[in-house]
Design a protein around this ligand. Structure first.
Ligand SMILES: NC(=O)c1ccc[n+]([C@@H]2O[C@H](COP(=O)([O-])OP(=O)(O)OC[C@H]3O[C@@H](n4cnc5c(N)ncnc54)[C@H](OP(=O)(O)O)[C@@H]3O)[C@@H](O)[C@H]2O)c1
Length: 294
């Protein structure tokens, strides 16, 4: 099974409409999982310096024998890697772990280094972005992206950038659809990308949710497929993570049905559920660094 549906980015390049997430709460080796995902047809992989999955993603891509040009790798620099003096070193570490010589999309993971206390986040974001633009100039990064940037964070970049971000990755799923942030991305030709598109499998995003159960029965699809289809119909690019081939295939098999406008509206308006409670302006991420970076 291969993907043949793409979003067109603002630099004219194409991105598969569904990517594969590699965040691993156990911080264990993901190599076998990624190999299965490649076998299923996934070609676009999301990782981050923080996740400790860059190396296993690199191992899997090397072991699979797949051509580098056939896969898209996106990774992110973490909060302790922001600032003009840190970016190049952070990028080289990521490149080394990924065992490749370029990254397709390089992102800022989080807009505020120390949550609500970070008064100069605007300056730090711009400085970081400018250093990342130099990586694009060097040819080692193909394009740039953002993660967890709300409209006011994104506007700061758009007002000060030489190279525009192509994507912005946000927590998005039924029950946390962040309509204003998504619309701001779409209005500015930035593809909104959904992290935790399945609400990270929490019960209230799945079997415990009456609206999702009702729609799954109506369309004869799984609850996860309803989640993914909803995001696609909103112009969002989901990056579900799955461990089994069964789940991986389920998450790709979403191009043969369409949710009605009423059902999209119902999902857009459902009560908040399964939010991870990591607000970009207030949360101070618990995990401060990748231990390998020291
Ligand atoms: N930018 C950021 O700040 C940020 C934050 C969090 C995550 N992310 C990225 O987004 C990716 C996805 O988010 P996530 O991993 O948090 O959560 P998610 O993709 O919403 O949910 C993953 C969970 O759903 C289960 N699942 C997957 N497909 C399923 C199916 N078809 N049926 C039933 N259960 C299914 C998985 O179980 P199995 O593993 O057992 O299949 C796993 O427990 C991450 O891996 C990461 O790459 C980015």
């Amino acid at each position: 099974m291969a993907f043949n549906e793409f979003y067109t980015l603002n630099d004219g390049s194409l991105l598969p409409k569904i990517g594969f997430g590699t965040y691993n709460e156990e911080f264990a080796d993901n190599t076998d999982i990624v190999l299965k995902a490649i076998e299923c047809g996934y070609r676009f992989f999301d990782t981050a310096s923080l996740y400790e999955t860059e190396r296993s993603l690199g191992n899997a891509l090397r072991t699979s024998g797949i051509e580098r040009s056939e896969v898209i790798i996106e990774t992110k620099l973490w909060i302790d890697e922001m600032g003009k003096d840190n970016v190049k070193k952070a990028f080289e570490r990521s490149l080394n772990r990924l065992q490749t010589d370029y990254v397709d999309i390089y992102m800022i993971h989080w807009p505020r280094q120390t949550g609500a206390d970070d008064e100069d986040w605007k300056g730090l974001d711009i400085e970081t972005w400018q250093a990342m633009e130099e990586l694009v100039d060097s040819g080692k990064v193909k394009r740039l992206g953002l993660s967890n940037f709300l409209p006011h964070h994104l506007e700061n970049i758009l007002d000060n950038c030489r190279i525009r971000p192509v994507v912005d990755q946000l927590e998005l799923h039924p029950g946390y659809s962040q309509e204003r942030a998504v619309q701001y991305c779409l209005d500015n030709d930035v593809v909104p990308m959904a992290w935790s598109p399945l609400g990270r499998g929490r019960e209230n995003a799945t079997i415990g949710n009456a609206i999702l159960v009702k729609l799954a029965n109506k369309y004869k699809k799984s609850i996860q497929q309803i989640n993914i289809r909803f995001l696609l119909q909103k112009g969002i690019l989901p990056i579900p993570k799955a461990s089994s081939i069964e789940h991986m295939k389920d998450n790709m098999d979403v191009f043969d049905f369409t949710l009605s406008d009423d059902d999209v509206s119902m999902l857009s308006c459902m009560p908040q559920t399964a939010w991870l409670e990591e607000h970009p302006d207030f949360a101070i991420p618990e995990r401060r660094s990748n231990p390998e970076n020291i």
